[in-house]
Design a protein around this ligand. Structure first.
Ligand code: NAG
Ligand code: NAG
Length: 327
């Protein structure tokens, strides 16, 4: 189906439902309010109509969720509300995570079979401790891995030296590929490659190399102060090891965020039973029920002030390829 016929169908549907009832009236009010709040501008009427139709579909899903009295989490309109699931996956989610498997050979795990039992507290929450920079916004760019990596390095640096430096996602985005790593700018990357880049070349502050939201030519950073992390490791995919790692500091994790788009708060439990990893984020805690607290990079107005809590029983793949900075 081409774009014009889509738009014609959209127009027909909208004018059809327009006649129906007051609920539609309130949907249009919701749309207008949302649109001015989100400062949407469109190229032409066709585009506006197309986006409006998607908005109404999303609004319906949100209403259906709000009708579900058994839901453990809430949803709301947000900046993604006039994008389709497909567009959301294409633009925001990371297309290059799934292809990679953790480099298990690089693990520096103890070789002996009898490891000492790991211990960890009942709950951990690194929010409001100073160890996390403010929630960032990757914008319309699949750069989650750069945010996941820079954020974990910030926390590690903070916990070691007791002062916060916001590190540069843009440097990772621009420079890792030029340095020979298999990273793809706004089309995604695996965090492992960004950690390796930072270990080899150092990472500069975001103040000296600010985020612009698209890939640019790698700037010459030779005169800028840099932080050189020394090593990282993959964490074994089991709950005690992950919790123990989180209790030492925020860690890098990869999740299936396909259904996260409208999340607002509460315990999220609608990930696929077979998660397709497509988004890099930071695990910053867990509660006494074992639910994981995650720092996202979709800005502070998404979710719970930029964070999401995912269910211990439906964890979106959090355990699968977690990375901890070691030194
Ligand atoms: C929500 O529930 C109300 C009342 O039962 C119903 O009229 C409405 O159609 C439902 N909305 C959705 C989107 O399911
Ligand atoms: C980067 O800048 C430094 C200092 O100004 C200079 O010596 C070096 O040649 C530059 N490197 C590149 C690749 O341009």
């Amino acid at each position: 189906m081409n774009k014009i016929s889509l738009v014609l169908i959209a127009l027909a549907l909208i004018s059809q439902i327009k006649c129906q009832n007051e609920e539609v009236e309130s949907d249009f009010q919701a749309y207008n309010k949302w649109r001015s709040k989100n400062k949407r501008v469109f190229l032409n009427q066709e585009e506006e109509t197309y986006r409006q139709l998607i908005f109404f579909e999303n609004l319906n899903q949100i209403k259906a969720h709000q009708n579900n009295t058994e839901a453990t989490y809430t949803v709301s309109l947000n900046k993604f509300s006039d994008y389709s699931d497909e567009e959301f996956e294409q633009i925001i989610l990371n297309k290059h995570i799934q292809r990679f498997q953790p480099d298990i050979q690089e693990e520096q795990q103890p070789k002996e079979n009898l490891r000492k039992a790991v211990s960890y507290p009942d709950s951990v929450d690194w929010r409001n401790t100073g160890a996390l920079s403010p929630v960032q916004d990757q914008g319309w760019c699949g750069s989650c891995s750069a945010f996941g990596t820079a954020g974990v390095l910030e926390s590690f640096h903070y916990l070691r030296y007791n002062y916060m430096v916001k590190f540069s996602e843009q440097q990772l985005l621009d420079c890792a590929r030029q340095a020979g790593f298999d990273t793809h700018g706004c089309n995604g990357a695996f965090q492992q490659d960004y950690f390796k880049y930072a270990i080899k070349y150092g990472i500069v502050s975001a103040a000296s190399y600010p985020y612009v939201g698209y890939q640019t030519a790698c700037k010459n950073t030779s005169n800028l102060p840099k932080y050189f992390p020394q090593s990282f490791k993959f964490i074994r995919s089991n709950i005690p090891d992950i919790k123990s790692a989180i209790s030492q500091g925020p860690i890098s994790v990869t999740v299936d965020a396909s259904n996260w788009r409208s999340y607002q708060g509460g315990i999220f439990n609608r990930c696929s039973r077979n998660p397709q990893l497509n988004h890099a984020v930071i695990a910053v805690g867990y509660d006494a029920q074992g639910n994981y607290i995650i720092k996202n990079s979709w800005g502070p107005y998404w979710g719970d002030k930029g964070y999401i809590t995912v269910s211990a029983q439906n964890d979106c793949g959090v355990l699968r390829s977690a990375i901890q900075v070691v030194s």
